[in-house]
Ligand binder design. Structure first.
Ligand SMILES: *[C@@H]1O[C@H](CO)[C@@H](O)[C@H](O)[C@H]1NC(C)=O
Ligand SMILES: *[C@@H]1O[C@H](CO)[C@@H](O)[C@H](O)[C@H]1NC(C)=O
Length: 304
């Protein structure tokens, strides 16, 4: 299960970044960071979340970094990324964050791939402790329509998932048990999506407009979204910036700013945009591919 944040990152980390002299600070007024890994990955893979955690700890001396484990073991954590009801995962995380005394004054959150939209649900549903900055790294904020490729060594699981999605992503059985179905967004069956998507349609205000979601999301200081320009895993790529396919067809895309979600401002994103709270970043690589230099230059500023 070696996946996500790439060997490239690890190699560059070794070559480029010995801790800079004089960076050790005595003060410890750092803001804690919560990480949520992507599909097929786990909290503690040394090549992915492990290396991110280590890198942040080196760059921000004294910082508390919590890499979320969903379940009781690394194996469960990986499996839950495919099979555990996302609403239950979010509730599990909310509970864990609320009980962690180190987070009580607030934290920044960084989600990788599907972890990006899951942490947004945490922001919308669980305002305490407060999330300050939310960083979605290749997250699918408007879901996906297609599963062209799975990251890493999980292609047999991927084939199986694809079959299930095609056989009826919005049936109760598939919705209940398949994580990827819970952010499956079929523009040709918009009514089914709105009615039966147990996770994404809820957090994206497709059924009712939950004012609490809007208020909580708008309480963020920044909502940073990273898009990977050569992404071959996420379809359509625009979802990483909260865009999607236009409803009723599967070719033309629209940006967040063109969507009804924004023009009707159902989630507060238009107000956040006008207030300068939305940050759109790009990385010129495949899914979750970036160098340590890029990370330091682009994302580190949001971890303070
Ligand atoms: C800084 O504070 C965090 C959170 O309380 C703690 O986990 C960490 O160990 C502290 N670091 C240092 C160097 O004291
Ligand atoms: C709105 O969201 C809050 C927080 O998750 C929840 O407690 C409440 O039941 C939701 N209201 C509706 C109408 O869905």
């Amino acid at each position: 299960m070696t996946i996500s944040a790439t060997q490239m990152l690890v190699v560059t980390a070794v070559l480029l970044l010995l801790p800079s002299p004089g960076s050790a600070k005595d003060s410890n007024d750092t803001v804690p960071l919560v990480l949520w890994h992507g599909m097929g990955d786990s909290c503690c893979n040394p090549l992915s979340m492990g290396s991110i955690k280590k890198m942040v700890e080196e760059d921000v001396p004294g910082i508390y970094v919590l890499s979320l484990m969903i379940g009781q073991s690394i194996i469960q954590d990986t499996e839950n990324g495919f099979f555990k009801d996302v609403n239950e995962q979010v509730a599990f995380v909310c509970n864990q964050l609320a009980q962690d005394p180190k987070l009580k004054d607030g934290y920044n959150a960084m989600g990788f791939s599907q972890g990006g939209q899951f942490l947004r649900a945490v922001a919308q549903r669980c305002p305490s402790p407060p999330m300050k900055n939310l960083i979605s790294v290749g997250g699918q904020q408007q879901g996906v329509y297609g599963l062209p490729r799975c990251p890493g060594e999980t292609s047999h699981i991927c084939d199986w998932i694809r079959k299930k999605l095609n056989s009826g992503a919005y049936t109760d059985m598939v919705q209940k048990h398949l994580v990827q179905a819970q952010y499956w967004h079929d523009p040709l069956n918009d009514d089914l999506y709105k009615k039966h998507s147990v996770f994404l349609a809820d957090i994206n205000q497709e059924r009712v407009l939950n004012e609490t979601y809007k208020k909580n999301l708008m309480a963020l200081e920044k909502f940073v979204m990273v898009k990977f320009l050569q992404d071959t895993v996420v379809d359509p790529r625009g979802t990483e910036w909260f865009g999607f396919l236009k409803t009723g067809q599967a070719v033309e895309t629209e940006t967040l700013q063109e969507s009804a979600l924004y023009t009707e401002d159902r989630l507060g994103l238009a107000q956040m945009d006008k207030a300068g709270k939305l940050v759109f970043l790009e990385s010129d690589g495949d899914h979750l591919q970036f160098t340590r230099e890029w990370f330091t230059a682009k994302l580190l500023p949001y971890l303070h």
